[in-house]
Design a binder for this molecule. Structure first.
Ligand code: 5GP
Ligand code: MN
Length: 330
């Protein structure tokens, strides 16, 4: 489906809501805002609704207009009082939009635009490209930017570039392919400020993010002959130091940078006895398979899930899963 075909599915007479996964990241916010600007310019009534507005993306045009979960709760009656269409970005299954299940189930039409290998085709219409580096790249392809097409809106280009550099780790991960670069080049041509975006996403650290890293490293454990690196931050430490999830986002990637590491695992306390697990691989080990055992998902080399339980039990469970995965692959 290209962008024209997407528009052909959408009625101009109904609102188009755009949502994405819980704990929205750079690709989620970037793809939602790129679609927001595209559809708005084409005359649609559009609103982005995300669980929260993640810190650090205030520079994106349209960020201010995003409805958070609390705005959604406040206006839910109004939103649902008439027929509407819903686009879900960067989400491979319905558990990823759990706070918005009502919004999903009451939509006249649902469209999913995504790139996760674990995508289970939950919407009425899907545009899922598991080869694409990011949902922003999927949108770039829908616009034909990898071929002869151009866009002229720097806000759309900035949103798409943000998602691409976020999900490719600055064109480093092996999800980066030639189309990623073709599209990025077209976006640069529109006037995207690459230096600003790269510095903003990758070379700007807050005091809190360093504090989070310090705590995680003090809880780091290397095992499986040096090939598995694991760290955690307890919910109590998150509370004590007033840390947000966004302060911890880079940690799992830093753990896998250990020279001997094949896989890394970062366990984050997000509530009492509630943990968010992030997994990374730089080997043949498929971490999505591990995440799926805990009802999570993602990609072969970057995946995640949420689990309930006591911290010591969660650590133990993942230690043995990771060792098993490592032994199966060696
Ligand atoms: P991260 O570890 O950075 O949160 O996520 C890595 C990848 O796994 C992302 O592509 C993300 O969408 C996916 N992912 C993370 N957590 C979950 C989860 O709980 N369920 C599913 N299905 N995918 C997840
Ligand atoms: Mn993504």
């Amino acid at each position: 489906m290209n962008y024209i075909e997407l528009k052909n599915h959408l009625s101009l007479d109904e609102y188009v809501y755009i949502t994405g996964h819980v704990h929205p990241d750079g690709d989620c916010v970037g793809s939602a805002l790129a679609l927001y600007h595209l559809l708005k310019k084409d005359g649609y009534n559009v609103r982005v609704i995300l669980e929260e507005k993640p810190n650090g993306y205030e520079f994106l045009n349209g960020y201010e207009e995003i409805y958070t979960l609390s705005d959604y709760t406040k206006y839910q009656g109004q939103i649902m009082s008439s027929s509407y269409q819903l686009i879900i970005v960067d989400s491979g299954d319905l558990s990823r939009i759990e706070p918005f299940m009502d919004l999903f189930s009451q939509a006249r039409l649902t469209i999913n635009i995504d790139h996760h290998s674990s995508n289970d085709h939950f919407a009425d219409i899907q545009q899922v490209d598991v080869q694409a580096s990011s949902t922003c790249e999927v949108i770039g392809m829908m616009l034909g930017l990898h071929k002869h097409e151009h866009i002229d809106d720097v806000h759309i280009a900035t949103a798409l570039y943000t998602g691409i550099i976020y999900d490719t780790g600055l064109f480093k991960h092996d999800c980066t392919r030639k189309e990623t670069h073709y599209i990025a080049a077209k976006l640069v041509d529109v006037g995207v400020d690459q230096t600003f975006l790269i510095n903003k996403l990758y070379f700007t650290k807050t005091e809190k993010s360093l504090k989070a890293l310090q705590i995680a490293l003090s809880n780091m454990k290397v095992f499986g002959k040096g090939h598995i690196v694991m760290a955690y931050i307890s919910y109590e430490d998150m509370e004590k130091h007033n840390l947000q999830k966004s302060d911890t986002e880079a940690i799992v990637n830093q753990l896998v940078e250990v020279d001997t590491a094949y896989i890394s695992c970062f366990i984050l306390g997000i509530d009492h006895e509630k943990y968010k697990i992030s997994l990374r691989s730089k080997s043949l080990i498929d971490v999505c398979e591990i995440a799926q055992k805990y009802k999570g998902g993602g990609h072969i080399k970057a995946a995640g899930c949420s689990v309930d339980g006591k911290l010591t039990e969660v650590i133990k469970s993942f230690e043995s899963e990771l060792v098993n995965a490592y032994e199966r692959n060696s």
